[in-house]
Structures are given as structure tokens and as C-alpha cells.
Design a protein around this ligand. Structure first.
Ligand code: ADP
Ligand code: ZN
Length: 708
């Protein structure tokens, strides 16, 4: 790309190079700001589309854009993706051999590069800075900018040096990007990178395409299997708390025939790389991992994230679930929430030596538990934690989709509270329920708890119901559960009015089953109704092309793009170019092969006319009114050849165009005979040579379109 884009508008470049229809929120402002020479500090959730914010301006400013990124694997994917779109991108880091390095530097000095991805320590070496001083630099982009801050969760000392960029190159726009939410880190980044005066772009933290579901943990492995059964062929991550658990779950999944592997910090580097690579390339479907897995994952089509165990805090949960659905298509976040896990995480936290730190972490754990136990919209709770107040319930979490029914629980609550009191506030949930339900176990006998006035007063409800009621009482603050001492239940002051009958109470009705794991069998992705068969066929083609070119499949096309293709079934190049994610370069490179699959599979009658451009639609309308080619051409001020071309496209797209109205029966027969003689099809010229001169090229094309 020789910056020919410079003449065009950013929107034109968005269409032609990246193949996207429109900008996402904030992208346009950020891009215009940079093109105009300004700096930017960008806070956007994962999947928000940060890369485009510097990639597009790089094509609209003279010189090379220098991009700093912490991970070699991320750089490589970005460079591959850019090249697939015809952008001159390269990387310069320790993964290159000597001759490769020399070549990249030669391209750099020859002005051949639009973007260069550089590791921070390379960039800040005196030698490299000296090179840059002699070159036009379009902009600097610092990805994962939180790595510069010690407040952040991923501090990298080599990032600190980047603070000098602002002084060394005062004329060059600098953009720093991160998905880190917390305020302290934010301020620290801006200060360290010299961006205190730069405009700040903060995107909302909502990820509307992620469906949050919390299910009470019962038989977690069975629950997981059930969930996975609804996600055939989809990629996902299962997070577990310990290495041991990771190994165990991964092993059982493999035994059950799933494509799954374990990933944690205790594995050899080579194995971790293998897992990450295979996942990235769609060769491995499920990664079972500790939190160690994630930073290097840039896979846009992760369809689900399951938390097998309770995350320690909402920040981690948000970040981990955020790895799902970066492509904007529907994705699932499932949390298996077990009360036992609270105690496990708690003791993990308490084993830390810094008391103050422990106290903070325990509070964060409380917030996490609150999220899991919530009986109002999950997204409200989640966003509320980050300081956002959505105006409405989200409609895309388990509680919105299947709201708990409420019931008058005054009587049940009184029974439970008085039973806690009668057993002396010295027992946990299990024992209290046994007493309520009049269980005859040995322990009750030994403790003489069968003589208590509350013994057996709750036989009308199941163990599961009582469990739910008591947990809600804890959550609402009528009971305290001392997690440090075996979960003993105690009354709080708030319990008194209830016990004395001075207060009514409504609770959420316990769910009958352990909440159906999120609905599955999607034929829908977002608002699209698409053909699953075509989608799978396109996936196979994509995988084959990706393997040949040794890139991850998403570099060829994203799932979102394949879903659109299988919904609209474009059968011409023009129609394919209108699909989101198909730019000019990819059309040239892959268009024919994808069109062939679509043409081969798309049922003619199902090919709607939704996908047609306005001009085709107008021709179709006039044709439908009984006009012939000449008349349509005259009416629209077009040439007959153009209108004939329209009708040809319409026939290919399966629109109701009757060939017999356009070409005489005799000519159709002559053309068809010629096609047969040529073995079905052939170059236009060859067909024309074998038919009478009265038959035009246009007529041949129309007949041929109807045959294909
Ligand atoms: P981030 O770096 O913020 O996590 P990416 O830059 O990787 O996000 O973008 C996430 C996904 O969204 C990518 O698949 C990208 O191609 C796609 N994307 C970005 N901008 C647009 C847009 N304007 N229209 C459609 N898709 C987009
Ligand atoms: Zn909701």
C-alpha cells in the first residue's frame, strides 16, 4: 500500500482495506484526532476494536507507524492480519534471525512499511532511536499500555523507558491503549507516557454480546459436559483455581472425547506454546487453564468462558470472561458457583502475609460472591462495580432471561431463623436444614436436637429449598455465615423484627433445577439467521487456506464474516465485497474460493433479495413490471449492457427472473447446445464462436448465469 489511501477519507479506507461497513463507537474520533496530529489515550474493553485506531491512521499519515506490543505472538497475528488486508506491516523483535532483521531494517529505511511492530526494549535502544530520528514516523502506538504501570496487573520494566518517547519525538502523535479499568492505573499510565494533556477516550465497559449465567455448582463435571454439548465445534476456555484441578478436568474431558488441553504456569514453555498455538489455529477446541492463560490470547472467536471455580474478584472475572466474543458475536460466560469455593478462595487469600492486602482482597471476594448470589440483572451488578449505571436491565443474563419468581417467605424465614437460634448459633447450613426437616441422623440424636421445638417444623420444603432460603437470608443480611469457622450461622440484629413477626419478607423462589445451562443450538449469531451448513463449509475452507498460509484462521476471515456470508449468500464479487470484513485485497485473494462454496451450497429459492444493492433492486422492480431490457435501460438512463449485467447478477442471486422473457427459446437452445459441446462451460469467446452471430455476448451471459 503506497499510502494511496491518503487521498481517500478514513471511511473509504475502512471499506476498501479493512472491509468494514462502519466505525465502532469512538474509533472515528480517535482516528481523526491522530490523523490531525494529536495524541490519544484510549480505554476500551477487550474486543472494542483498539487496533484499528492506530492501523487506519497509519495509512493516512506519511511515514511508518511504530507499534509497541508486549508479546511476540500477538505481534505476529497482527502483522499477518494486516498483510492479509494488503497493508505493508512487519515486526522487529527477538524472534527474527539476522538476515530477516536486516531485511526489515532495509524495508524500514526504504520507506516500504506502513506499520512496524517493535518490542519495547528494541525500540528504546539508542541505535534504533537514532534510525527513527532520520525517518518520517507516522505515529507511535503503545498497546497494552498498563504494562508501564506498577499499579497494573502486568507491570513490565521494559515498558518504563517508553516514557521518553514523548520528549524525543514531540511532533509525532502518540496513542496509548489499554483495557484496564481502574482509575489509579489509568492516571499512572498517562503520567508515565507524558499523555496528561492528551484527549482521553473511554469506552463503556459493557460487553453486550456476552451472556452471563451463574449456575449453582452441584456436580460440576457433569454440568460442564452438559454445557459443552450445547457448544459443539465452538472454541472456549474453562478456568479453574488450581493446577491440580486444571489437569483433572482437562484429563476427564479428553477421556470423554473432547478436544481439550491443560494450560498452567507449571507446564514447560514448549507445551504452553503448543497449546496456545493449537488453540489459536482452531486445532484445539477447549483449553482448561489457570489464570495464567490469557494475556497472549488474541483469538476473536472464543465462544464461551466457563469458570469451574469461583474467581477471586470481579476484576479477574470481568477480564477472563472478556476473552469471549471479541468478534462481537454472541458468547457465553458461565460461572459454576459453589458455596464451598468461597471458603477455599478465602483461605487462599488469608495465606498471604500482608494483612492490609488480605483485607482488601477479602472485600473484593465479597463483591464477587455478591455478584454470584445476585437476584437482579447480572450486568447491572458487574457494571455497577466499575462505576457504570445502566438505565435498564440487560435482557441478556440468566436473571433477565429467566427472572426468579418471588414468594412470601415470612413464615419460612422465621422458621429458619429460630432454628439457627435453637441450635445455639453453633452449626452450619447442613445441620440446620437437618433439624428443620426432622432428619433422624446419628448426630442429631447425640446432640439431642430432636428435642428442640424447631425439630421437623420444615418438613414441607425440600433440602434444596431450605438451602436457597437460608443462603438468601445470609445474602440479605439476616444471618451471618462465619466462613472462617466451618460456615457457622449466626443471627444478626436485622433478624429480630422478622423473628418477632413485625416484618414481612419476600424471597426469590428456589429454582427447580440447577438453572438450565444457557440456551444453545444457535442458528443465530447476533441478529443474523444464517445457514449452519454453509457456515461449516466455509469454516473448512478457511481452515485449509489458513493452514496453507500458516496463519490462524481468523487472519483469513473472522467468524462474524463467515456468518454474514452464510446468511446473505452473496454469489457475485460485488455482493461479497459488501460483507463486513471483506476488503479489496481479501476479495482478490480468497473471493473466488468462498464464492464457489457459497454458490455450490446456497439453495436458490432461499437466496433472498435482501442482499441486493439498490441499483439491482431497481432493475428488478422494473423487470417485475413487465419491462424488457431496452425499456429498463431507457427508463433508468443506463446502457442495455449494464441492465443485462444486472439481470445476470439477479439470476445468479436466485431472484425471480425468467430467462424466457429475456432471450428467445431458440437462442437459449443454441447457447445450451454450445455449452454442452464445450463440456458444460467455457470462456465467453469460445462460446460465442460456436453460435450464430445474431446471439450477443449479453444473451450468452444470461443463459450461462441461469445454468450455473
Ligand atoms: P481489541 O484490541 O480492542 O481487543 P481488536 O482490535 O482486536 O480489539 O478488535 C476486535 C475485533 O473487532 C476484531 O476481530 C476486529 O477485526 C473487529 N473490528 C474492529 N473494528 C471493527 C469495525 N469498525 N467493524 C467491524 N469489526 C471491527
Ligand atoms: Zn441482565
Amino acid at each position: 500500500m503506497d499510502k494511496q489511501a491518503t487521498q481517500n477519507s478514513p471511511l473509504a479506507t475502512l471499506h476498501s482495506v479493512f472491509g468494514f461497513r462502519s466505525f465502532r463507537p469512538l474509533q472515528e474520533q480517535i482516528i481523526n484526532g491522530l490523523i490531525g496530529g494529536g495524541d490519544a489515550f484510549v480505554l476500551m474493553p477487550t474486543g472494542g476494536g483498539k487496533s484499528l485506531c492506530y492501523q487506519l491512521p497509519a495509512l493516512h499519515r506519511p511515514g511508518v507507524a511504530i507499534v509497541v506490543s508486549p508479546l511476540i505472538s500477538l505481534m505476529k497475528d497482527q502483522v499477518d492480519s494486516l498483510r492479509a488486508n494488503g497493508v505493508a506491516a512487519a515486526l522487529y523483535n527477538s524472534s527474527l534471525g539476522e538476515s530477516e532483521s536486516r531485511q526489515v531494517l532495509a524495508e524500514l529505511h526504504g520507506g516500504k512499511l506502513d506499520l512496524l511492530y517493535v518490542a519495547p526494549e528494541r525500540l528504546m535502544s539508542e541505535a534504533f532511536l537514532a534510525r527513527l530520528a532520520e525517518l518520517p514516523v507516522a505515529l507511535f502506538a503503545v498497546d497494552e499500555a498498563h504494562c508501564v504501570s506498577q499499579w497494573g496487573h502486568d507491570f513490565r520494566p521494559e515498558y518504563v523507558q517508553l516514557g521518553r518517547l514523548r520528549q524525543l519525538f514531540p511532533q509525532v502523535p502518540l496513542i496509548a491503549m489499554t483495557a484496564t479499568a481502574d482509575r489509579q492505573t489509568r492516571e499512572d499510565i498517562r503520567q508515565r507516557l507524558g499523555l496528561l494533556k492528551a484527549p482521553c477516550y473511554v469506552a463503556g465497559f459493557d460487553r453486550p454480546n456476552i451472556r452471563y449465567t451463574v449456575v449453582e455448582k452441584q456436580k460440576p463435571f457433569n454440568q460442564l459436559q452438559l454445557f459443552l454439548a450445547g457448544h459443539r465445534d465452538e472454541a472456549g476456555i474453562v478456568y479453574a483455581l488450581s493446577r491440580k484441578r486444571v489437569e483433572e478436568v482437562a484429563g476427564r474431558l479428553q477421556q470423554a472425547g473432547f478436544s481439550a488441553a491443560a494450560y498452567h504456569a507449571g507446564l514447560p514453555d514448549a507445551e504452553r506454546r503448543r497449546v496456545q498455538d493449537a488453540f489459536q489455529r482452531d486445532d484445539l477446541r477447549i483449553v482448561v487453564a489457570t489464570v495464567a492463560f490469557g494475556m497472549g490470547i488474541d483469538k476473536p472467536n472464543v465462544r464461551f468462558v466457563v469458570h469451574y471455580d469461583l474467581p477471586k474478584n470481579i476484576e479477574s472475572y470481568y477480564q477472563e470472561t472478556g476473552r469471549a466474543g471479541r468478534d462481537g458475536l454472541p458468547a457465553e460466560a458461565l460461572l459454576l458457583f459453589g458455596y464451598g469455593d468461597i471458603a477455599v478462595v478465602r483461605s487462599l487469600i488469608e495465606s498471604g502475609s500482608n494483612q492490609e492486602q488480605n483485607r482488601i482482597e477479602l472485600q473484593k471476594l465479597n463483591a464477587m460472591t455478591g455478584f454470584a448470589e445476585a437476584s437482579t440483572c447480572r450486568r447491572r451488578v458487574l457494571l455497577g462495580y466499575f462505576g457504570e449505571r445502566p438505565a435498564e436491565d440487560c435482557g441478556n443474563c440468566d436473571l433477565c432471561l429467566d427472572p426468579p419468581q418471588r414468594f412470601d417467605a415470612t413464615d419460612a424465614a422465621r422458621k429458619a431463623l429460630s432454628c439457627v437460634y435453637r441450635v445455639g448459633e453453633r452449626f452450619g447450613i447442613g445441620h440446620v436444614i437437618d433439624v428443620l426437616r426432622g432428619s433422624q441422623n446419628q448426630r442429631i440424636g447425640e446432640l439431642k436436637h430432636d428435642r428442640l421445638s424447631t425439630y421437623g417444623i420444615g418438613r414441607d420444603l425440600s433440602q434444596h429449598d431450605w438451602g436457597s432460603i437460608i443462603r438468601q437470608l445470609v445474602h440479605l443480611g439476616y444471618l451471618e455465615q462465619d466462613l472462617a469457622s466451618y460456615g457457622v450461622l449466626r443471627l444478626t440484629a436485622a433478624a429480630r423484627p422478622l423473628l418477632r413477626g413485625e416484618q414481612q419478607l419476600e424471597l426469590a423462589r428456589p429454582r427447580v433445577k440447577a438453572a438450565a445451562p444457557a440456551k444453545t443450538a444457535k442458528k443465530r449469531r447476533g441478529e443474523l439467521d444464517y445457514d449452519e451448513g454453509i457456515f461449516q463449509a466455509l469454516r473448512v475452507l478457511r481452515k485449509r487456506l489458513a493452514d496453507t498460509e500458516q496463519v490462524p484462521p481468523f487472519v483469513v476471515f473472522s467468524d462474524a464474516t463467515l456468518a454474514e456470508m452464510s446468511a446473505y449468500c452473496p454469489t457475485s464479487e460485488a455482493a461479497l465485497l459488501r460483507i463486513n470484513g471483506v476488503g479489496e485485497r481479501k476479495l482478490e485473494r480468497y473471493g473466488a474460493q468462498f464464492l464457489a462454496v457459497i454458490r455450490g451450497m446456497a439453495p436458490k429459492q432461499a437466496q433472498g433479495t435482501d442482499d441486493l444493492s439498490d441499483t439491482l433492486r431497481e432493475t428488478l422492480r422494473l423487470y417485475g413490471e413487465g419491462l424488457d431490457i431496452e425499456a429498463i435501460a431507457a427508463g433508468r438512463g443506463l446502457t442495455a449492457t449494464t441492465v443485462s449485467g444486472h439481470l445476470e447478477e439477479l439470476i445468479k442471486a436466485g431472484a425471480a427472473v425468467e430467462l424466457g422473457r429475456l432471450v428467445t427459446a431458440e437462442k437459449i437452445a443454441q447457447i445450451e447446445a454450445r455449452l454442452v459441446a464445450l463440456g458444460g462451460d467455457g470462456p465467453l469467446k469460445a462460446i460465442k464462436e460456436g453460435v450464430p452471430d445474431t446471439i450477443s455476448y449479453e444473451e450468452i451471459r444470461l443463459v450461462r448465469a441461469a445454468k450455473s
